[in-house]
Ligand binder design. Sequence first.
Ligand SMILES: [Zn+2]
Length: 278
Amino acid sequence: MRRLPALLLALALAGPAFSADPASTEGVDVKKSRFLLLPKSTVENSSGQQYAQMMRSAAQKNALNNDRAQVERLRGIARNLIPPAARFNEDAKRWRWEVNLVSSRSVNAFCMPGGKIAFFTGIINALQLTDDEVAVIMGHEIAHALLEHGRARMSEQVLKNVGISVAAMVFNLGQVSTSVLSQAATLAVSLPFSRQHETDADLVGMELAARAGYDPRAAANVWRKMSKLGAQSGNAQPPQFLSTHPGHANRIKDIEANLPRVMPLYETARRERAALQR
Ligand SMILES: [Zn+2]
């Protein structure tokens, strides 16, 4: 990394940026990740393969989608969140989305690049999640994928841990081995996100939930429940979700400060839903 030439660094930092219309008071204002050395296709393919492998090994342990009602609930919520997702990343339209439920006490959920979502029964049961709460958590996870946080972290991992020459990375990615990429894909869902990524994912997740007709005020409640659970468990077995999504003192304050930007979207979605039901 120390020898990374300035030109290559500039290339790496020239990723696309997303920003809401600055004149608008509706919707959140966040930027897409900018450290994106690995191409999208590489990131999506290795993440897809890792996801498939995780689901296969869950199936072998009889831990995949055992509760049909709960699986249908999760997939129904995902179907509502996915249409507004394209506002933050056009690629969402072509992603082959998947939602699976793994039976495990682990308090965890994730969305890998390319729209590969997993929820663990532990997070649903331990937090007794309502639909609004599932929607803000799923929205938060989807946001990490839309804002390409996973892609940024995979890029970082490949550069940092593996010692491949930067030139080979940039000019001949065929030289990055499959095992290196799958390791990076796994690390990208097991390492903590940065504070900035967490804040951005909270805000985009709230907007997705609001546009899909779920109450974005549930976000603050989820984090209250989560930190209460973390405090109860002490150091024994803290929720996995808290280690990959570290909290910070201002998290709930940031969420609440952004409610005025998303509540009108929620009210509109609710009115539209009510009109359809009449
Ligand atoms: Zn997060």
